[in-house]
Design a protein around this ligand. Structure first.
Ligand code: NA7
Length: 548
């Protein structure tokens, strides 16, 4: 890394004494598109990435069975015609390996690999008031400086292990799904495998591990609603047809509230005759992907009675697939309705529990007391294992920011500023942290992630262009703007059933001190509303941004 340059020249010309115009932390999808966009502005930009390869979430999450739950041709970048023309998706729901290849394809098409600095972990980021610039320090204390800092840390970056005594004592192979080994394959053949966690990751992992494991024990704390993925390969002809349809697909994704090909059925379940209702649900159930969640009757997201109707219908689907009624009831969520948490998708998940070599342990009935050298000890027995997999999720949204010491104006830390919850303007900037932008940070509009990234990066790029062209070297949101945005974010959660359910989307993490409670960390207003808000700010001369 370069050395910190101590220039006190805040003029645009002074920027040349800084190492870069823009430093970007993270080489996931956000970082990659940010780098491409900043270079297109003619700015000197560089990504700093701690992994040994780019790809972010798709670099790290290489656990068995990792793949998209959204159709590949909807869950992609749309900014590059060249990539749209040349990249062929192999499956309707792309597997991790192929997605990582896609990301590398985008990188090479735009020739940005030399601008991605790998194996470098940013430990601190400090704003310097004299030079109006940011200085990053890495794990070796080396420094780099730039006018603008763009955090592309990802919302699901900081993995959490369970707060169960003895996690460090296990002597067999133990892996968190998000830190899967890259240097050796993991074989489950004839092994006794245990998995803790049944979120989207756990459910994908369980299905893959069960294919070869000698015996599999699934430790479930909260059952999740999961429904058929219905993946299949994409033939050459099918890909040609999909590509011909890209303009329509992309238009749909750019205009629906959550950025998907589907949007909620405008009817209310409660006002629709039972036979029509069930016909729609049956049709969706037999279709691929998240349609059964996203395109449902609109009241299932806000009305408990409507949600109960659908949840009961779904519960019967589970009962029909699991032989043992006792196990079926364990697999049917009782603490939350369908779609109030992220819906994982599956292929033969429920049928696995009909097998003698797959055992479900409900840790509410028989809590895990401790993990020992060779077993998971519950209140009734010790389950001996060769391999233990933690599919226990992430310290979502804010966890990745807490891993870096950010110092803003007056030396204020971001951890201090956000100790009672994130404070942002448009989810893109934080008060007291000038020239710093967050992509996919807390309180920012999400849904279909690549589409959300394209919008946020595009917005920041327009703003940075505007600032540099006007020779402005300082931008920060004012207090009123932050208060209004925070109020708006809280208002967006009102009336949503999902806001009253524990999940990473509501900031709940039982394994992190102080986070075993719901917090408003995510923007629930959807992408359309988010874009409207941001465009309104831009159209009003970037209202509530202080510049100089
Ligand atoms: P999630 O969805 O946060 O799931 C984590 C799972 O791990 C969930 O079933 C948790 O149970 C379970 N868990 C966590 N800690 C414990 C302890 N201490 N004991 C037992 N079980 C535990 O993370 P994922 O990685 O599956 O998915 C994250 C997102 O990635 C997903 O939504 C997609 O968007 C992609 P709990 O439900 O908290 O009772």
């Amino acid at each position: 890394m370069g050395e910190l340059n101590g220039s006190t020249d805040t003029s645009p010309e002074g920027a040349h004494s800084l190492d870069y115009d823009v430093l970007i932390i993270g080489a996931g999808l956000s970082g990659i598109y940010t780098l491409i966009s900043m270079k297109q502005l003619g700015l000197r930009a560089r990504i700093i990435e701690r992994g040994c390869g780019p790809g972010g979430v798709w670099f790290w999450n290489r656990y068995p069975g990792a793949r998209f739950d959204s159709e590949s041709y909807t869950y992609m970048f749309t900014f590059s015609q060249e990539v749209l023309d040349e990249w062929d998706w192999k499956e309707h729901f792309s597997a991790q390996e192929d997605t990582l290849r896609y990301i590398n394809f985008v990188i090479d098409k735009h020739d940005i690999r030399p601008d991605i600095q790998l194996n470098t972990e940013v430990k601190s980021a400090r704003y310097d008031e004299a030079t109006r610039s940011w200085t990053l320090a890495d794990q070796q204390g080396k420094r780099l400086s730039a006018r603008f800092l763009i955090n592309c840390l990802g919302p699901l970056t900081s993995p959490t292990l369970p707060s169960i005594p003895g996690v460090a004592d296990f002597k067999g192979e133990a892996y968190h799904t998000s830190r899967w080994p890259q240097d050796h394959p993991v074989s489950f053949e004839d092994k006794r495998v245990g998995i803790i966690g049944t979120g989207a990751t756990g459910i994908q992992t369980i299905q893959e591990v069960a294919k070869t494991a000698g015996h599999l024990t699934v430790f479930q704390r909260t059952a999740n609603w999961t429904a058929p993925l219905r993946n299949s390969t994409i033939s050459r002809d099918e890909m040609t047809a999909i590509r011909a349809n890209y303009p329509e697909i992309i238009h749909k994704c750019k205009t629906t509230p959550m950025g998907f090909m589907y949007e909620a059925d405008p009817r209310n379940a409660l006002e629709t005759p039972a036979n029509e209702r069930e016909e729609l649900w049956e049709t969706h159930y037999n279709q691929r992907g998240l349609i059964k969640w996203v395109a449902n009757f609109k009241d299932i997201f806000t009305n408990q009675e409507a949600n109960d109707l659908y949840s009961n219908w779904m519960a019967n689907k589970i009962r029909a697939r699991v032989n043992d009624p006792f196990i079926a009831e364990k697999l049917i969520p009782k603490t939350h309705g369908f779609g109030t948490r992220r819906v994982p998708l599956e292929t033969g998940y429920y049928e696995l529990f009909n097998r003698a070599d797959v055992k479900l342990v409900d840790v509410n009935d028989t809590p895990i007391k401790r993990i020992t050298a060779g077993a998971v000890e519950t209140t009734v027995d010790a389950i001996e294992l060769d391999i233990l997999i933690y599919a226990t999720g992430f310290d979502a949204l804010t966890g990745s920011y807490e891993e870096i010491d950010y110092y803003g104006e007056g030396g204020v830390t971001l951890n201090d500023l956000w100790k009672d919850g994130p404070l942002t303007y448009l989810g893109l900037m934080a008060p007291g942290f000038p020239n710093m932008f967050n992509i996919l940070g807390p309180h920012q509009g999400t849904g279909n992630i690549p589409h959300a990234i394209e919008y946020a990066v595009g917005y920041v790029t327009r703003l940075v262009k505007h600032l540099t062209e006007a020779n402005i070297t300082y931008v920060v949101p004012d207090q009123q703007g932050v208060e209004l945005w925070t109020k708006h974010v809280f208002e967006c959660t009102k009336g949503l059933l999902s806001a009253n359910v524990n999940s990473w989307m509501t900031g709940y993490n039982s394994n992190k001190k102080g986070k075993a409670q719901r917090r408003v960390v995510r923007y629930f207003g959807g992408l359309v509303k988010f874009r409207e808000q941001c465009e309104d700010v831009a159209a009003n001369n970037y209202r509530h941004l202080v510049v100089k």
